[in-house]
Design a protein around this ligand. Structure first.
Ligand SMILES: Cc1cc2nc3c(=O)[nH]c(=O)nc-3n(C[C@H](O)[C@H](O)[C@H](O)COP(=O)(O)O)c2cc1C
Length: 212
């Protein structure tokens, strides 16, 4: 090999090595970031489960009594719905479903929807979203108490026409200059209630099929 060939080969080898090291580093950082986001979301969920159902109402391991299912009719875009069950001495008390409102302004809004055995809501919380700060983020309890307005509601309260934001003739407030976000959340919560009403025993009786 001539001197020029050798030096070209060396440069190419160094470049390839740098590229491999860069890609490996990036993949590692990516994996770590993903794991950190998942761990953070799990912490948020555990904290919020405690807010939705007060601990004196159940004595099972709520965060372990869970199963997953899919039903595109109610939970579109291929969602896998995680459902936690609360029981007192084995008697069904409530479920908490981890669902997504798919029509947010900036994509999916992840929600926990807690539904008592009698079909009333024990609460709704947002676990993560990409809505615009100052416009759509009033769905977060840290920013506004709008999300508390679901407490005690059911499919009959308000009646079906009321399950919309006020601008659409319903009973739920929209935000100033931001109707898309609350509309998406109201729609998703109503669908979760409809699913509960149609599949209540499935929700309470399905075997644990998911380790979290
Ligand atoms: C940069 C930008 C960001 C916006 N972010 C949101 C949002 O996060 N949520 C929302 O509902 N509307 C958002 N909007 C407003 C919507 O485009 C839309 O106008 C509004 O939701 C309709 O509400 P209105 O009928 O009360 O005007 C945003 C608009 C702009 C220009």
């Amino acid at each position: 090999m001539s001197f020029t060939h050798k030096s070209v080969f060396r440069s190419a080898a160094s470049l390839a090595l740098i590229a491999i090291m860069g890609t490996t580093l990036l993949a590692g950082v990516n994996r770590l970031t993903k794991a950190r986001i998942a761990a953070q979301e799990k912490r948020v969920i555990l904290n919020q489960l405690g807010q939705l159902i007060s601990p004196d109402r159940y004595n099972n391991e709520l965060q372990l009594d869970l199963f997953t299912f899919q039903d595109d009719l109610y939970f579109p875009q291929g969602q896998t719905v995680v459902t936690y069950r609360a029981r007192l001495d084995d008697k069904a008390v409530a479920v908490v479903m981890k669902i997504a409102a798919v029509n947010g302004y900036n994509g999916k809004i992840n929600l926990l929807v807690g539904i008592n055995e009698d079909g009333t809501l024990c609460g709704v919380r947002v676990t993560s979203h990409k809505e615009t700060p100052g416009l759509g983020d009033a769905i977060e309890l840290e920013k506004d108490d709008w999300i508390l307005g679901f407490f005690g509601r059911s499919l009959d309260n308000p009646p079906p026409a009321g399950w919309a934001v006020k601008r659409d003739g319903g009973e739920f407030d929209q935000f100033t200059g931001a109707t898309i976000t609350p509309r998406a959340v109201v729609d998703a919560v109503r669908l979760a209630l409809e699913y509960f009403s149609a599949h209540k025993s499935f929700l309470f009786e399905s075997a644990v099929n998911h380790a979290d």
